[in-house]
Design a protein around this ligand. Structure first.
Ligand SMILES: [Ca+2]
Ligand SMILES: [Ca+2]
Ligand SMILES: [Ca+2]
Ligand SMILES: [Ca+2]
Length: 723
């Protein structure tokens, strides 16, 4: 009784049970995750040659890693104040800077002068710094650097104070970035200290041997910052103690002691390097020596590598990096034996702390929070090797390719798309219509020629199209003809609409909703429609739409350094439905849109031109295919795609001489080279017992307009029944 009454009132509640089988043959059903094209670089192992291994200190300071990254100190001049350097030594000759000078003899020949125990001292030090990489003998820490020989000591080993002061002046005037001092003075003089301050003012890193007296403190001038009035030297003067092949302080070496804050350790025992080819003591061009003198040039070479790679960094910044990245030895933390620890060149070159991107306006963003979540409308257009600089905690530049920041559109999960079951509640009364399916609602009210409607979470085709019955092929929205239109970008929305029927039915609607399933990115807009009554079986609908996206454009969401502002898309969609006779219907739909995007002053995305987009679908439908209750159809569709439009990135590309970040404009087309095409063959039958069967075969070519994603084939059979 009650049941019949409800029927009479047109109130109906039904539960549809859907049985669905799906066969999806796809290699990888859509993207997810950024690609990131790795630059093929030589491995560190390929630098661990016989020549490299001949000098074990290189391995101890982990030099091979940085060679594989292409760093070797090129362009940096290292002043070697010593007993002179064998300038035409076959393993040094290419790495000798012009302008060397002999401040002992006051001549321009900066070779050693005469035999003596220390004749080859300067040559040995020079080889450790910048011995040539030539598959002969050994090579230096900074085999790309240049040695400036400034002779301040004689072959017996005694060092001249006045020659040292003059040699310091020469190092400053000749553009040395590092001064290697593998010698000690027994006392401090203010004249010497003042010269060191002069070098500091000239942004030079001074590296001083701690001495070989087995004492608890270094000798001068490694100790100079300990002198009253010379404390400032501590920021750019490094005292060096010697370790052996087990990374233990050498018995002969002085310890860091009171200099611990400006002191570090490097290999000094049994170091193999170049000697003067005319030195009577040696029969070969190479020899092994031990001492803090041999440890010091390891640090000078490391400084050369860093100054070559980051020339805009100050002496003090370079020294800080070496200290912060040293390997702790001995007592935890800074201690009086090893000071800051063992030189670790790999760690010193490696990016420290979190990486940041900078916009031209100076805003910084963490790299990991800066993504380009691209929509299928853009496809793979941005998957380009666009080099971008990122910066570590010392504001040093490192590089990655933009495609490493791209998050590709994910594939559609068809089983999610096609709900297994659904509950439908409808109320149909004259002039009033209520429809609820799962969480979507549609309400219509009619007053004379006017229809007012409200919808929530309903596909926009069902709420805003005047020709919805024609173009709806009764499958999920993923297979709707409508998903080539701009409104298809909207994932969920509430709409208000009004329409007036007549020879030409006109409608207007507003919408407010979200672009994405997670409801993070809002969109609003409006729609104006006009639909002609069929004339000779042809009816046409014109729809003008405007969509206003808040922080996305064409469903692309760029975050962090790449964020974009509001986007406005105006689009026109034309749908023609024609009855062809023989129960054939032909439906054609084409959409064209134009999008303007606001860019933000604090973003790397500095400009986006007007972006033109289009999509289309064509369908041929055979009604009453085998009986009056079934139909078959074939459709071809190109989902929305960019036709033209460019995005300009003002990406950081390094550091200027004043250490400010430099930028370069790089323009990228938003048009994907590939086009997605979808071919669908469908059949549906109204079985007459409140059940319905649909079968669909779908072939998707270049999913998401990307030929790198595998083509997809799907076969879906769906049976649903109302209970
Ligand atoms: Ca010679
Ligand atoms: Ca000379
Ligand atoms: Ca060599
Ligand atoms: Ca320590």
């Amino acid at each position: 009784m009650t049941h019949n009454l409800m029927r009479m009132m047109g109130i109906m509640k039904a539960v549809y049970i859907t049985i669905l089988t799906s066969l999806a043959l796809t290699g990888c059903g859509g993207g997810g995750g950024g690609g990131g094209s790795a630059v093929v670089k030589p491995t560190p192992a390929s630098f661990e040659t016989t020549e490299y291994n001949a000098q074990y200190g290189l391995g101890k300071i982990k030099a091979s890693e940085i060679y594989s990254d292409g760093y070797s100190g090129s362009g940096v001049t290292v002043a070697v104040l010593d007993t002179g350097v064998d300038l035409d030594h076959p393993d040094l000759i290419d790495n000798i800077a012009s302008g060397g000078y002999d401040y002992v003899d006051n001549d321009s020949d900066a070779n050693p002068n005469g035999q003596g125990d220390y004749m080859s001292h300067g040559t040995h030090v020079a080889g450790t710094i910048a011995g040539m990489k030539n598959e002969t003998g050994m090579h230096g820490v900074a085999y790309g650097a240049k040695i400036l020989s400034l002779r301040n000591a004689i072959s017996s080993g005694s060092v001249s104070s006045s020659a040292t002061i003059n040699a310091y002046s020469g190092a400053i005037s000749k553009g040395a970035k590092v001064i290697n001092n593998s010698y000690i003075f027994s006392s401090f003089s203010s004249a010497g200290g003042n010269k060191l301050l002069d070098a500091r003012t000239n942004d030079i890193v001074q590296v001083w041997a701690a001495g070989n007296d087995s004492e608890s403190n270094p000798r001068n001038y490694a100790l100079a910052p300990n002198e009253s009035g010379y404390e400032d030297l501590a920021d750019s003067l490094i005292a060096v103690v010697a370790t052996d092949s087990t990374n233990t302080i050498a018995g002969y070496s002085n310890k860091c002691g009171v200099a611990k804050n400006w002191c570090m350790a490097a290999p000094g025992t049994s170091i193999y390097s170049t000697v003067d080819t005319t030195d009577n003591k040696y029969s070969e061009n190479y020899a092994t020596m031990s001492g803090a003198s041999m440890a010091t040039p390891h640090v000078s070479g490391a400084v050369a590598v860093l100054r070559s790679k980051w020339p805009s960094k100050t002496a003090a910044q370079i020294v800080t990096i070496l200290y912060d990245t040293a390997t702790d030895l001995g007592a935890a933390g800074i201690d009086t034996t090893y000071g800051r620890g063992l030189l670790n060149l790999d760690n010193a070159v490696f990016a420290q702390g979190s990486l940041n991107l900078y916009s031209p306006s100076g805003s910084s963003y963490s790299l990991e929070d800066s993504d380009l979540n691209v929509s299928s409308i853009v496809g793979n257009a941005l998957n380009k090797s666009i080099k971008t600089a990122v910066y570590d905690k010392y504001k040093r530049d490192y590089y990655y390719n933009l495609d490493g920041a791209i998050v590709s559109p994910g594939g559609v999960n068809l089983l999610n798309e096609l709900k297994y079951d659904s509950e439908v509640f409808t109320v149909n009364q004259p002039g009033f219509n209520f429809y609820k399916k799962n969480d979507s609602i549609n309400v219509n009210g009619q007053v004379s020629d006017y229809t007012l409607s409200y919808s929530r979470n309903t596909p926009l085709i069902e709420s805003l199209s005047l020709m919805k019955n024609k173009v709806d092929l009764n499958m999920s929205s993923n297979f709707s003809l409508h998903n080539a239109t701009h409104l298809s970008q909207v994932d969920s929305a509430s709409t208000f609409g009004i329409s007036k029927s007549g020879n030409v039915t006109v409608g207007a609607g507003v919408l407010s909703g979200f672009i994405d399933k997670d409801k993070q990115h809002s969109v609003n807009g409006f729609s104006l429609s006009a639909l002609t009554q069929p004339t000779d079986g042809l009816s046409v609908e014109v729809q003008l739409n405007q969509l206003n996206e808040k922080d996305t454009f064409l469903s692309n969401y760029f975050s962090g350094a790449y964020q974009t502002g509001n986007a406005k898309t105006n689009s026109v969609s034309l749908t023609a439905a024609s009855e062809l006779g023989g129960n054939f219907d032909f439906i054609a739909q084409a959409s064209k849109g134009r999008t303007g995007v606001d860019t933000l002053s604090n973003s790397v995305v500095s400009n986006i031109t007007t972006v033109d987009t289009s999509g289309y679908s064509l369908a041929l439908i055979k009604n009453s295919f085998t009986s009056k209750n079934d139909k078959a159809y074939f459709s071809i569709k190109q989902p929305l795609k960019v036709d033209s439009g460019d995005l300009t990135l003002r990406t950081a590309n390094g550091l200027n001489a004043d250490d400010s970040i430099s930028f370069i404009d790089q323009s990228v087309s938003l048009k994907s080279a590939d086009s997605e095409k979808v071919y669908t063959l469908g059949y549906s039958n109204d079985n007459g017992d409140d059940s319905k069967t649909s079968i669909l075969v779908n072939y998707k070519q270049n999913p998401s307009h990307d030929s790198n994603t595998k083509d997809e084939y799907q076969t879906i059979a769906k049976w649903s029944r109302k209970f």
